[in-house]
Each structure stands twice: as structure tokens, then as C-alpha cells.
Write a protein that binds this ligand. Structure first.
Ligand SMILES: Nc1ncnc2c1ncn2[C@@H]1O[C@H](COP(=O)(O)OP(=O)(O)O)[C@@H](O)[C@H]1O
Ligand SMILES: [Mg+2]
Length: 393
């Protein structure tokens, strides 16, 4: 029997469109002999839709058309089975049954543990990291704090909240000065380089911080590694075992890799070509020793953050001394990093198989742990007043 896979994508995030591209790429590479694929699109207004037409990229050019023909749904559990239910009209109608959910989403409100938490409350098995890993992978400050505890190298940084900036500006500026200019200012929870800019001098700082504050309440400022190589490493596995793909070297056209470079093909090209348009060299042109060290560190990151499925760990290498720093993990990387597995001998369809298998195995493993009791301690309760030992609060 085929496994019914619900591929979930979109969401209210700056990486909405990137997610659509990643999801359709994955859908096109899943083995139809093994899987029934159910596309589930979360609109920017957070409404969930399903329907065959969502597998066609062209439908997203005309949202009115999409909304007219795709079915509005919610996810429900009924008698140990998961359903997408159409909520339109008087009667509830089951539209599709699911065995496993496959989130292919990027950025806040979805990739950061929110969607994962929702799927956990329903109880459906799902591909990829769970709530904690997904959340840690999103926050550029908390991840660094975890890395420090695990001796994983990160660039010198400082952080603050927007309100603190307005009340303790001088103090914050002092801390930033200590890092040494130029510095790079980032919203702590965004992605795709949105809201990120470099301040070369103290004069440029305010404008950069104001820009980042437009996107987030939490801001991180890092020392810029000026003469650097950017290298990414994909990891596949779960908490028990991990393997790494081939390293890529990312070439940005700008002084840092911008949204333009990543998705629009370097600035002048119109229309999104997806991740394939980024300039990259595979395998990365770094020594065997450094490659080995980065692969080992990537597994360490995967373990420290409690990740699962496929992720991509991004690095910055200081060319001056060959020292490397973890820049950030991507718990659901663009294109699921398939292009780093193909040269390692794993075609995209096999990568997807592995991810789904890990999800089902992890779910079975989790189900064997006790996290709920059959007994109902409220069954003998005569209202809250007289219940001894049931002090609420
Ligand atoms: N400390 C740094 N020094 C130099 N360049 C950096 C530094 N941090 C980030 N960059 C550049 O900025 C890009 C975007 O930063 P990143 O932290 O990866 O944000 P995002 O989550 O938006 O991808 C990186 O891909 C890299 O090119
Ligand atoms: Mg990045």
C-alpha cells in the first residue's frame, strides 16, 4: 500500500515563495509508486488549501484562481487516522487521508517550531526536526548560546531587544564597538538575508539597526569576517546516526549573499529561479582536512540542536587563518539540499525516501515512550470544591 504523504508549504513568512519552489521540486521527485502525494498550501493569510492544481507552479501567479478552485481544509485526527477536512458549508467533508506530514516551509511562523508544534498536537508523524530543534535553528542568538555550551565556534557577537536599544543605546553601541567594525546587523529570527546589513563605521550603525528593528524585536550584531569563504554542509539523520553530503562553496555577488543572489539570480534577472540560481561550487574548494573538520562539526551541531531529517549547516571560513565559524543551521534548507546529496551518490528520490523513513521510525520510537496515562484522575472528581489533593494553582 502506498504511503499518503501530505506536503505542507507556504505560510506567512518572508520565504513564502521560496517554500513553494522547494515543495514543488520535492513533489516532482517523490516516487509515485511508493507515495500518494497530497499538496497542502498555507496561504499568506494562513488558510490551508489542498488540491491537485497546487502541484503546478503557475497556479501561484493567480491567487484568486487558486482560492476559487483549491479546497480550504483543516487537519484532524479521527479514530487513529489523520484527515484533511473541508470546513466549507454545513457538513464536514473528509477530503484526504494522510499517513505522514512533510513540512517544506522556510522561516518564521512555520519552520521555527510553530508548524511542528501544531502537528504534534494533532499527533501525526512528520518529517524533519521537532519543536525544539526547529525553534533553536531559527533564533540566531539562542543557537549561538547552545553552540558555546558545546564548544562549537561562532563569530564574536552581541545582541539586544529593540526596546533596550532605545533605552540603553550608548551601552549597546559600546558593546558593538568592542567587536570591532565592520559589523553585520541581523534580525534574530528572519531568513533569506532580509533586514540584514553591514555597518562599516559607527556612523552607519543606527540606520542598520533601525532597518533590522523593522523586522524583529530581537537583534544580533556580529563581527564581519571580511575575507571569507562561505561553505555549507548538509546533514541527514536523527539523534541516533548522521551522515553528511558534499560541501558547497557559495559565491555571493554582493558583499554578502542577499535575497537577490539567493533567489532572483544575482540582481538583474527577473523571475525567481529558486535555489538553483545561486552561484555555487560543488565540492567546495577547501582542503581535505578542513572538509573533514566541518563535516564532524556539522554532526555536532545536528546533535546539539536535536535535529532530524535533512538540514544544512552554513559556515564562514576566515581566509586569513583558515578558522571556521558556524553561521547558522537551516533546519528545512532550500531545495532540501538535494544538490549536495546527488554528487554524494544519493539521488533526490532516495533522499526523500530516507527522510520519510526516518520520520516514521522516529515516530514509532517516540510512541514507545510513556508521555500520557490511560487513567483519568478526574473520573472520581465531584466538582472542584470538595476535591482533596486537587488544589489548583
Ligand atoms: N559575520 C559575518 N561576516 C561576514 N559575512 C556574514 C556574516 N554573517 C552573515 N554574513 C553573510 O550574510 C549572509 C546572510 O546571513 P545569515 O546569517 O546566513 O542570514 P539568513 O538567515 O538571512 O540567511 C550570509 O550568507 C553571509 O554571506
Ligand atoms: Mg543564511
Amino acid at each position: 500500500m502506498k504511503i499518503k504523504v501530505g506536503v505542507i508549504f507556504g505560510g506567512e513568512t518572508v520565504e513564502h515563495e521560496v517554500s513553494i519552489i522547494s515543495a514543488i521540486q520535492a513533489i516532482n521527485n517523490m516516487d509515485r509508486n511508493k507515495y500518494d502525494i497530497i499538496p497542502i498550501y498555507i496561504g499568506k493569510d494562513r488558510t490551508w488549501y489542498t488540491g491537485k492544481m497546487l502541484e503546478d507552479i503557475n497556479i501561484y501567479k493567480d491567487m484568486d484562481l487558486l482560492k476559487r478552485y483549491a479546497k480550504k481544509v483543516t487537519l484532524c485526527k479521527k479514530d487513529n487516522t489523520y484527515f484533511l477536512v473541508n470546513t466549507k458549508g454545513l457538513f464536514r467533508k473528509d477530503v484526504a487521508e494522510l499517513d505522514v506530514a512533510f513540512p517544506i516551509v522556510h522561516g518564521i511562523n512555520v519552520e521555527d517550531g510553530t508548524l511542528q508544534g501544531y502537528l504534534d498536537t494533532i499527533g501525526i508523524p512528520y518529517v524533519g526536526s521537532r519543536v525544539l530543534g526547529a525553534a533553536l535553528g531559527q533564533d540566531k542568538v539562542v543557537m549561538k548560546q547552545v553552540f558555546a555550551a558545546e564548544d562549537i565556534p561562532v563569530v564574536p557577537y552581541t545582541w539586544f531587544y529593540d526596546t533596550e536599544y532605545y533605552t540603553s543605546k550608548e551601552e549597546i553601541e559600546k558593546k558593538i564597538k568592542k567587536l570591532g567594525y565592520p559589523v553585520i546587523i541581523k534580525p534574530a529570527n528572519l531568513g533569506s538575508s532580509v533586514g540584514i546589513s553591514i555597518a562599516r563605521t559607527e556612523d552607519e550603525l543606527e540606520k542598520s539597526i533601525e532597518e533590522a528593528i523593522e523586522y524583529d524585536t530581537k537583534i544580533v550584531v556580529e563581527k564581519v569576517i571580511e575575507n571569507m569563504t562561505e561553505v555549507n554542509c548538509s546533514v541527514l539523520g536523527n539523534y541516533q546516526s548522521q551522515q553528511t553530503g558534499v560541501l558547497e562553496e557559495v559565491m555571493g555577488a554582493d558583499e554578502f549573499l542577499s535575497y537577490q543572489d539567493k533567489y532572483l539570480g544575482g540582481g538583474k534577472t527577473k523571475g525567481s529561479k529558486g535555489m538553483a540560481s545561486t552561484n555555487r561550487v560543488i565540492p567546495a574548494r577547501i582542503s581535505d582536512d578542513l572538509t573533514k573538520e566541518i563535516k564532524e562539526t556539522s554532526k555536532k551541531v545536528f546533535r546539539a540542536l536535536n535535529l532530524s531529517g535533512v538540514c544544512r549547516i552554513d559556515y564562514i571560513i576566515d581566509k586569513k587563518n583558515n578558522k571556521f565559524y558556524v553561521n547558522e543551521p537551516n533546519t528545512i534548507p532550500g531545495s532540501l539540499s538535494f544538490y549536495l546529496w546527488e554528487p554524494a551518490g544519493k539521488p533526490y528520490n532516495e533522499l526523500l525516501d530516507d527522510m520519510i523513513n526516518i520520520a516514521i521510525k522516529d515516530f514509532k520510537n517516540r510512541s514507545s515512550k510513556t508521555y500520557s496515562f490511560e487513567t483519568n484522575i478526574l473520573s472520581n472528581c465531584n466538582g472542584l470544591k470538595g476535591s482533596k489533593g486537587m488544589k489548583v494553582n
